[in-house]
Design a protein around this ligand. Structure first.
Ligand code: NDP
Length: 349
């Protein structure tokens, strides 16, 4: 059985969801009440691969909302309690979706293995980042040529290059061959280390990188206040919005700028679930975050292990392996819907 741990994108949206599910007390409750609330197993589903294999899964809402990010103890407790619920529910492999994997890593939750009477078994959890990185790379590979961008001659900026997903994307792009990688993050030392390990790439600030980048891969949670001057971007420019939340389509609208939601996959058939409706998926019955899909893939493949774990451990071999499984079991990376190169703006999906 696979599991997905998720959360709502905002407190307001969480209240709306609670009302729609009949939890009126929660819908009317304030943030303090939500901070104290335990995780909920809200939905059970069944999915069938094109290979004919059918597996069962469950969605656990951690009852975390991004407004709790600064309440460190609460954020920590939300993630650990949701993991405990997944394990107590007998789930073999569970993906840590949205902010939960980042909270796990940033707050070093490896130290919190014992929750009440339960000893968490890390092998039952995956961040899903290997599949997310592979999907983002597919999105670059497939969609750049549609805009007339020849990747072999293109400059590709990776914003969040030193992160778990970003560093894997850099390694994959370097193997694939692009004209130049532009490495963007805030802290200089990890950037230098990444550059050394790649043996390639130019370190730039975001403002320096954007005017040069034919393709921009965003794999960082960026501040809401971020402003992008679309007039300074090359035309055409492909932007893969792989961070969370996905809000670049409004920030980077401009002539020739094509924004595609990154790290999203579509399953080959409808899944009878409601969980993706609140995640603002264009086709919620089939689309989902690639990290969630990783737990489904690992269950299809009976690979019940923490396939993606820790930071900057993603290998190209693991990306190739999860990518093959993704195609075999009916997942497809989201693409730009159609490309009219004469049109000023095209927003994918
Ligand atoms: P990490 O924390 O490992 O990496 C984050 C990276 O972003 C680091 O390189 C960090 O470096 C950089 N960064 C953070 N803030 C800024 C900033 N303001 N400007 C420039 N760089 C910045 O995260 P992950 O790799 O695990 O995840 C990356 C993003 O992908 C997250 O937003 C996450 O929510 C999202 N994600 C999306 C998924 C999907 O859509 N399917 C699935 C999983 C994750 P530094 O701190 O030095 O700046």
């Amino acid at each position: 059985m696979f599991g997905l741990i998720g959360h709502s994108t905002s407190f307001e949206e969480a209240r709306t969801k609670a009302r729609s599910l009949g939890y009126d007390a929660f819908a009317d409750g304030d943030l303090d009440m939500w901070c104290a609330a335990p995780p909920q197993l809200v939905e059970r589903v069944e999915v069938t691969s094109p290979t004919g294999r059918t597996i069962q899964g469950a969605y656990i809402d951690s009852v975390f909302v991004p407004e709790m990010l600064r309440r460190f103890k609460t954020a920590k407790r939300k993630v650990i309690k949701a993991m405990e619920l997944a394990q107590r529910s007998g789930i073999d492999i569970t993906a840590l979706g949205g902010f939960t994997s980042i909270i796990f890593e940033d707050m070093n939750l490896l130290r919190e293995q014992r929750v009440s009477a339960v000893e968490l078994d890390w092998k039952r959890f995956t961040t899903g980042n290997t599949h997310t990185a592979w999907v983002i790379c597919q999105q670059v590979e497939t969609n750049a040529p549609r805009l007339g961008i020849d990747l072999a001659r293109a400059r590709v900026a990776v914003v969040g290059a030193t992160g778990d997903i970003g560093s894997a994307v850099c390694r994959w792009l370097q193997r694939r061959g692009v004209a130049e990688l532009l490495l963007v993050a805030r802290r200089p030392q990890p950037l230098v280390e990444l550059q050394e390990s790649l043996g390639a790439g130019r370190i730039l600030s975001l403002q320096e990188a954007l005017p040069e980048a034919d393709v921009v891969v965003w794999v960082a949670s960026l501040p809401q206040s971020l402003e992008i001057d679309a007039a300074q971007l090359p035309n055409p420019c492909l932007m893969i919005d792989g961070g969370y939340p996905k809000n670049l389509d409004s920030k980077a609208a401009g002539p020739g700028v094509h924004v595609l939601k990154g790290g999203i996959v579509e399953f080959w058939q409808d899944i009878g679930w409601q969980m993706m409706e609140v995640a603002e998926m264009a086709v919620p019955q089939r689309q989902m975050f690639a990290c969630f899909a990783e737990a489904i893939l690992l269950d299809f493949e009976e690979l019940h292990t923490n396939f993606s774990w820790g930071r900057n451990n993603i290998t190209l071999e693991a990306m190739d392996r999860i990518g093959e499984a993704s195609l075999r079991h009916g997942f497809k990376a989201l693409e730009l819907e159609s490309v009219d190169r004469s049109s000023p703006v095209l927003v994918g999906a």
